[in-house]
Design a protein around this ligand. Structure first.
Ligand code: ASP
Length: 339
């Protein structure tokens, strides 16, 4: 090769933006995993009709992302569009059907991370954004910031031409009843005890995807916890707690009692155990949920994918709405914890 041409090529490659492209590059392996929240999900309390509704919605959501990945789309697009399906469904605690705070309103949190560039975006305490995960991605792509909150997040979403909705769009009868129940309990027993909180159902939604270019993306979207006060923020919009992605290791999305997930830095800890200790994604997820979160007294679950497409769906609760599909077309949809 002529020396001049070599120099031009060298210059061209050195000008490429820095990327964390250590993932699974030159194969057509791809993989996607989702959750729709963990918690006290017991078969004895579930009607056949509700079970079918959840399974059908999980299947619809994961197939949206699967088709994007199969057609060589990006993991970012797969995560966004998959989560949008769950945000638009009143079944889950995200977007429409999000849980209500003490004042009877929604306060929406979401975050997204790109495992190739380590770019991230998040919103918290928004009350008008129809699809919070899309706003989190817009914060990442179109602002100099990582996290926006409250009315500022709503204003930013509006400036991005994202769809806004009135309060009434988000509020469902089911969530109003749950708020009444929690308030009644609070009034009758003076304090909400820990035992009671441990029986909560966490309906947060999340998705992790690995695309055919070896790039991992993770996203999480939630309404937080019923009856929350004082603009409480959970783990879902916090990078490293509820969401993390790094092509070197894995992508993670969490659901559970957010305070414990923040204190355990759950999503980043799974990645760090893989990076520094060489653990598999399943071992790392198991240790963080069962040895760390559980030992502090918290509960919940995670979904995670490594850069080869290996999956972990770990929980210390009775169940977690979850689904996984891989490039071989294998599809797993589950509600209750494995025995
Ligand atoms: N982790 C969420 C929070 O604490 C709740 C959930 O998973 O549903 O805000």
């Amino acid at each position: 090769m002529p020396f001049k041409l070599m120099l031009i090529l060298l210059f061209f490659y050195s000008c490429q933006s820095p990327k964390n492209d250590i993932g699974n590059k030159d194969t057509s392996v791809f993989s996607i995993v989702i959750h729709g929240g963990a918690g006290t999900i017991l078969k004895k309390n579930m009607t056949k009709e509700m079970e079918i509704k959840y399974i059908n919605k999980l299947e619809e959501a994961i197939e949206v992302g699967y088709e994007i990945l199969k057609n060589d789309g990006s993991s970012q697009e797969a995560v966004e569009k998959t989560i949008n399906v769950m945000e638009d469904s009143p079944l889950f605690n995200a977007g429409k059907g999000a849980v209500l705070n003490f004042d009877g309103n929604v306060e929406l949190d979401a975050s997204f991370m790109n495992g190739s560039t380590l770019d991230a975006g998040a919103i918290s305490g928004a009350s008008k954004i129809k699809n919070p995960i899309s706003a989190a991605i817009a914060v990442m792509n179109n602002s100099p910031h990582v996290m926006l909150s409250g009315t500022g997040a709503d204003e930013f979403a509006s400036s991005q031409k994202l769809e806004l909705k009135q309060n009434s769009y988000f509020i469902t009868e089911r969530r109003s009843r749950s708020l009444d129940k929690v308030k009644f309990k609070e009034n009758s027993t003076v304090i909400i005890d820990k035992e009671y909180l441990l029986t909560q159902k966490y309906g947060t939604v999340g998705c992790v995807a690995l695309d055919q270019n070896g790039n991992i993306s993770s996203g999480t979207s939630t309404g937080g916890m019923t009856n929350k006060k004082w603009n409480r923020i959970g783990d879902a919009p916090i990078i490293g707690a509820g969401t993390y992605a790094n092509n070197k290791t894995c992508g993670v999305s969490a659901t559970g009692w957010g305070e414990f997930f923040i204190r355990s830095v759950v999503a980043y800890d799974i990645s760090a155990l893989m990076e520094y200790k060489g653990l598999s994604v399943q071992e790392a997820s198991r240790i963080v949920i069962h040895d760390k979160v559980a030992k502090l007294g918290g509960n919940g679950g995670v979904i995670a994918l490594d850069n080869k497409g290996n999956v972990a769906m770990e929980m210390n609760t009775a169940g977690m709405y979850r689904a996984h599909m891989d490039s071989k077309g294998t599809k797993i949809i589950k509600i209750y914890a494995d025995k």
